[in-house]
Design a protein around this ligand. Sequence first.
Ligand code: FEO
Length: 168
Amino acid sequence: MVSDQLLAKLNDQMNFEFYSAQAYLALAAYCSSESWEGFSHWFIRQAEEEKAHGMKIFHFINNLGKRAIVTGMESPNNEVNSLLDAFESAYAHEQEVTRRIYELSDVALNEREHATYQFLKWFVDEQVEEESTFDSLVQRLRRVGNDSNALFILDADLGKRGAVPAAE
Ligand code: FEO
């Protein structure tokens, strides 16, 4: 049986995943405003992925026989002013997501709520991938610096990112 505290935390995480989608759309908008359409496309795909993460929790809450509460959200960071800034901001955001997922998993484990703990395992694994992806992109951007040829290659490469499967 999921406690009220655990349910509230699951709900918070659902909304934080939706907020993540907003945050990445804001970064996509910056990239597009600078005509980096490949980078922008990549962030739009990332926003879709975050929406799917939120929906995963939405469906899980429904399957518990509970009601998900969708809340408003604060404005994301609309102030980035370089590609590196955008990706560093995104990497820091993912580290915060990991911290929240771990905290949520701790609550599930403390309550011996093994079904929720198992459900969250998918997110724990996903965060390893997310942090690695963003860390790698930050490093690549640092290496590339202002080399426009290398940036054009990276832009074209990120512009190929495929669609995200819908959440079950
Ligand atoms: Fe759903 Fe990128 O964390």
